[in-house]
Design a protein. Structure first.
Lengths: 607, 235, 277
């Protein structure tokens, strides 16, 4: 498994140039915005200045909602709660303890600490392994309700429904606040833009697109989501703190879920997943509300509500993409090319050796309620073996694969990978033990490019940058071989959804190989492939075992394919191993013929 | 009426961009039992689902008794007296035997007569009407499936691997039921199977599906049919 | 003893409010966030009945009819296109709730108003003096439960609906028009919400946002019940009872949080909630 010389793929200079021009554009826009903000208060009427301060802070929070929802797929109604916590940290301390630089610092620290703690708690509740997206959204809805109710019930301490007002605050002019709030928004937007375009930001999109695939690439998705939520909570809390300091009024509504849903509405209307859309959308709608709701109090809200429903039903991407289409020239956002290079390999990173056996199963059983799906599974497989699992439908083949990839899946028995017991470990930890699983259908990230997908696959071994995109990507030989043999290296910048099915299958295989697994689990890798594609995949799999010493476990229905490439075949029937031997032994077996001829005519042994 | 019970031409379908069924053409006459053989993963179930409207076609046409049904929703196709028995999750496990049967009928008034007919084939049904379908044995569940398909007097039945996991005695019984229905009511049937002996015993004509394509077709009573089939399905 | 009545009547009210949401969730697998809006529609239907000087006992039927019609329109226009996007369906129905609230405000004004109660005064029962109307609500909730149960279990449409709940694809393959089932279910769910709104307004008042607090409690109860009417009844008793106890012995505001917090924690520990499997 040592590095071989570079196969001649080279970095592309034009790619670096484009990155620089993007950054330059960002810098210019940011500076322009900051300049506007500096002169704004001088030119604009005071009423507008006042409203914009509030709108800037709201837009900062809307930004966090967009990162959570638009990019990561977490529909959250709870960012208002963190805003409220930051606001009340200021309100409570300034009201009950007075104002001074020390108090100000204390209030800020308190707001940040409490919101971070709340975020961790919410994250623990909502993002556990196997939680449904609906449940996660429900928890984010419960949070602001709880916070608001706690504030309502706080009596004189929190001011109850009237909130707190009239407390001392920073001795800073309105114009200065305008500049501060505006700068906060601009800097936040710039940072968010850099973040979502970075390699780390692409991980968020990967999670939104296909969370199970991420888990099976070794990513601890729960932890990533909790960290993200905590960061967004702190950002919202700071905005709330500033808000309270400017307005010198806090009320429970600011922490409640009506505000939380308004944020979602603004993001949806502006354009989820675009960053700039939610910012502009929030600014426009909030300021318009200030002006119009005096004249048309309920009609305005009705209009916004109608626009929201129409957008969700008919224009789910929001209004920003429509606007952008009018201005943009055409090239896709993800047009960066990425250089692919061989990596210095770290197979089994952390493990001492390749282990006595690649995989060892003892007494493995699985039942769903009273239905016994796997019974008494015992076998071992070594590196260099290409083991095919065959059997009629319902024999338990896919269930067996799942048990090897996910420690929580089996009902009883032990499974060891490279001599390490997988116990009850979740998929991302099994990946760390050396397991790579390729799913049955081409299970990929539809809107990411080929290069980005491969980058995500390397995340476990190479921490991605939070600000930039790496110009080159190192891949282990096995993955490189697959990429080059199937022509994917010519399509590095193509979005995965535009790939033909065969190449998607190949890409998924390459992604799994990029993990540098020592055990490869393949579930029907040839499904939907043409004859030529099957032959190619077959050759690659044989190479992987002979040259790269992987242990491959393969579930297949195409018995010709099995016969051509396997070194060993295990036949499963009704959850038990009925035969374990070479291809020749299995093909000639009378037993197997009976099983495949249909009918369970194996004597009286019935379920 | 001479229109084919089922006529499929140049059918292409699959999941997402994966093509599973490639350019399949076949034709089933009214009152004939046609068996589609093939090993797992060859596209048999995909073909049935496409005919029944669950999967969109990528190309080709499907017509039933002369009507082009390409693109119709499954429930409309079912209402044309087509009975579909899927391979998996084919029964409502928590509903009673009686309710499972009722759901197959468009009009409840036919229930009594229909029940009489199917109970003649499978007497246990009349005795277990109130039992939850999920508590029946595997063989009984399959028989219930056949009963459900027959109770609505379909013109065409699409049956996906009914013999899987069944004892020989039950398989023989089903074969007899199918043949009696064909002879007595003129019901056409498309049976998807891997059980070659059963197929030969029951069907009039056959086709073999391999990697989504038809590689062999013919009449079952042709002298070399069995050996040809065995050749295609060899392990 | 009055406390026992409190628990029972609270459970009954919660059941009446949540029943419509339950069937929509079961059949369509979405949480209808417009449910709160329909509750408000029901409340204002009752107000209309009061203003028109009609017998207040008419409000229930009146509200039911209006809710049904609104539900039909909304299902067709908004919910149907979002069949494949459940999270977006939540958002769209929330937007609808806002629209309903605003339309009502435009029509009736935003002040809190009062509805004439069909039955007032207290009755002596088992040693406690208790509001008659609240006790009637228990009967109403039981009637709703029975009617719904009969509809689902004793009619052909109910059987088809249960089939769609269990396995929509199989149902379609047997000839059941699942689109129609969804349409009718949503309309019925909206009608039930509206009915519940009319039933609860005599207890307090109507205002354009009255539905919102009920919405959150209702959907937490539904999530915790799976798709079973029986589970919903159990959930209403257990969680509703907890709410009453916390409100009485601790703090009424915290009491309002009980259902929501307990349900969230319960779901975390046991994702099926009170349901059997």
């Amino acid at each position: 498994m040592n590095s071989v010389p570079a196969p001649g793929v080279s970095a592309l200079a034009s790619d670096t140039l484009r990155r620089r021009s993007d950054l330059r554009r960002l810098l210019i826009l940011a500076i322009a915005a900051l300049m506007l903000i500096t002169i704004g208060p001088v030119l604009l009427p005071t009423y507008l200045v006042n409203n914009l301060i509030r709108a800037f802070l709201y837009a900062s929070v809307a930004l966090t909602v967009d990162v959570l929802w638009g990019y990561t797929g977490i529909l959250t109604f709870g960012q208002s709660a963190f805003f409220g916590i930051g606001a009340y940290a200021a309100g409570l301390i300034f009201t009950h303890a007075g104002f001074s630089p020390a108090h100000a610092a204390l209030a800020l620290a308190a707001g940040i600490a409490v919101s971070a703690l709340a975020a961790v708690l919410v994250g623990w509740l909502a993002f556990y392994h196997g939680a449904s997206p609906l449940y996660a959204s429900v928890v984010t809805l419960v949070l602001p309700i709880v916070v608001a109710q706690i504030l309502y019930s706080g009596g004189n301490f929190t001011g109850s429904s009237s909130g707190l007002s009239g407390f001392d605050s920073f001795d800073v002019s309105l114009e200065a606040w305008f500049r501060i709030a505006g700068a906060y928004l601009v800097l936040l937007t710039a940072a968010a833009w850099l973040f979502v375009r970075s390699d780390a930001g692409r991980v968020l999109v990967a999670i939104r697109e296909n969370e199970p695939r991420c888990e099976y690439l070794g990513l601890n998705v729960s932890r990533i989501k909790i960290l993200l939520l905590t960061a967004c909570a702190v950002i919202a809390a700071i905005a709330g703190y500033a808000f309270a300091s400017v307005q010198m009024v806090v009320a429970p509504e600011y922490a409640g879920f009506v505000f939380g849903t308004e944020l979602v509405i603004w993001v949806a209307l502006g354009g989820r997943g675009t960053l700039i859309g939610p910012v502009i959308g929030t600014l426009l709608i909030d300021v318009s509300t200030a002006y119009l709701s005096g004249n048309l109090p309920f009609v305005w809200k009705l209009i916004v509500g109608l626009a929201f429903v129409v957008v969700i039903v008919a224009l789910p991407q929001g209004l920003a993409p429509l606007v952008m289409r009018m201005f943009r020239r055409g090239p896709k956002l993800h047009a960066d090319k990425m250089a692919l290079q061989p990596a210095s390999e770290e197979p089994l990173a952390g493990l001492a050796s390749a282990g006595r056996h690649a995989i060892a199963l003892a007494g493995v059983r699985k039942h769903f309620g009273s239905l016994q799906v796997l019974e008494g599974i015992d076998f071992q497989a070594d590196h260099g073996e290409l083991l095919s699992l065959v059997g009629p439908n319902g024999a338990g083949k896919t269930t067996l694969m799942r048990c090897i990839g996910d420690g929580a899946e089996r009902s009883a028995g032990t499974i060891q990978v490279n001599d390490a017991d997988i116990e009850r470990k979740p998929p991302y930890e099994c990946v760390a033990l050396g397991v790579g699983r390729k799913f049955q259908n081409a299970n990929t990230f539809e809107t990411l490019t080929v290069a980005e997908s491969l980058r995500i696959a390397r995340t476990r071994l190479r921490k991605p940058s939070m600000w930039t995109r790496a110009a080159s990507l190192e891949l282990p030989d096995a993955a490189l071989r697959v990429i080059q043999a199937t022509g994917l290296d010519q399509k590095a910048t193509v979005q995965v959804r535009h790939l033909p099915h065969g190449q998607k299958q190949a890409l998924e295989l390459a992604m799994v190989l990029a993990l540098e697994p020592s055990v490869l689990l393949l579930d029907e890798p040839t499904a939907g492939l043409t004859k030529a594609e099957r032959t190619l995949i077959g050759q690659i799999l044989v190479e992987l075992t002979s040259q790269h010493r992987l242990c491959i476990l393969l579930v297949e229905h195409d018995l010709d394919f099995v016969r051509e490439i396997s070194s060993r075949v295990i036949v499963l029937h009704q959850g038990r191993i009925v035969l374990d031997g070479t291809v020749a032994e299995v093909v000639e077996s009378e037993l197997v013929r009976t099983i495949y001829a249909g009918g369970a005519g194996m004597g009286a042994a019935q379920r | 009426m001479n229109a084919a019970a089922l006529d499929v031409s140049q059918l292409r379908s699959g999941y997402g961009e994966a093509v599973i069924v490639r350019d399949v053409a076949l034709s089933i006459r009214p009152g004939e039992i046609f068996v589609l053989l093939g090993k797992n993963g060859m596209g048999k179930t995909t073909l049935l689902k496409t005919v029944m409207g669950f999967l969109p076609r990528m190309d080709g046409r499907v017509s039933l008794f002369g009507d082009d049904v390409s693109g119709l929703a499954p429930h409309r196709i079912a209402r044309k007296a087509i009975a579909y028995t899927p391979q998996e999750q084919a029964l409502f496990q928590d509903l009673s035997v009686r309710d499972n049967l009722r759901l197959a009928l468009a009009d409840e008034r036919w229930f009594a007569r229909g029940l009489e007919r199917v109970s003649a084939y499978f007497p246990f049904i009349a005795e277990r009407l109130k039992q939850r379908a999920g508590t029946l044995s595997g063989g009984e569940q399959k028989m219930l499936l056949v009963a459900r398909a027959l109770i609505s007097r379909p013109r065409l039945m699409l049956v996906d691997e009914i013999t899987e996991g069944l004892q020989p005695s039950v398989i023989d019984r089903l074969a007899a039921v199918f043949k009696t229905e064909r002879d007595g009511s003129g019901t056409a049937m498309l049976l998807v199977e891997q059980h070659v002996q059963f197929a030969l015993a029951v069907a009039d004509r056959y086709a073999v599906l391999k990697l989504g394509e038809i590689v062999d077709q013919g009449a079952v009573k042709e002298p070399d049919a069995e050996s040809r089939i065995a050749g295609h399905l060899a392990v | 003893m009055a406390q026992v009545f409190d628990v029972i009547t609270t459970a009954a009210i919660l059941y009446a409010v949540a029943a419509g949401l339950l069937i929509v969730f079961g059949v369509m697998k979405i949480i209808n966030f417009a449910h709160g809006g329909f509750l408000t529609v029901g409340g204002y239907s009752a107000l209309l009945v009061t203003e028109l000087g009609l017998n207040p006992w008419w409000s229930a039927g009146f509200a039911f009819a209006i809710g049904f019609v609104c539900g039909m329109i909304i299902e067709r226009l908004v919910v149907r296109p979002l069949y494949a996007r459940p999270l977006d369906a939540i958002l769209a129905t929330w937007g609808l709730g806002i629209i309903l609230g605003q339309l009502i405000t435009l029509g009736f004004g935003r002040e809190v108003q009062f509805v004439r109660s069909p039955l007032s005064g207290a009755i002596d029962l088992l040693g406690a003096s208790y509001s008659q109307y609240r006790l009637i609500l228990v009967l109403a909730a039981v009637a709703v439960a029975l009617a719904l149960g009969l509809l689902l279990n004793a009619t052909r449409l109910g059987l088809q609906t249960r089939a769609v709940i269990m396995n929509e694809s199989l149902a379609r393959g047997l000839g059941i028009n699942s689109g129609l089932v969804r349409f009718l279910t949503f309309s019925l769910g909206s009608a039930l919400a509206s009915l519940a709104g009319a039933l609860i307004t005599p207890l307090s008042s109507v205002d354009p946002n009255m539905g919102v607090p009920w919405l959150v409690n209702a959907f937490m109860l539904v999530l915790v019940s799976g798709v079973s009417q029986l589970s919903l009844g159990v959930a209403c008793l257990v969680l509703g009872g907890a709410q009453v106890l916390v409100s009485t012995y601790a703090n009424p505001v915290l009491g309002g949080l009980t259902i929501v917090v307990l349900a969230a924690v319960l779901l975390r520990l046991r994702p099926q909630g009170f349901a059997r499997e």
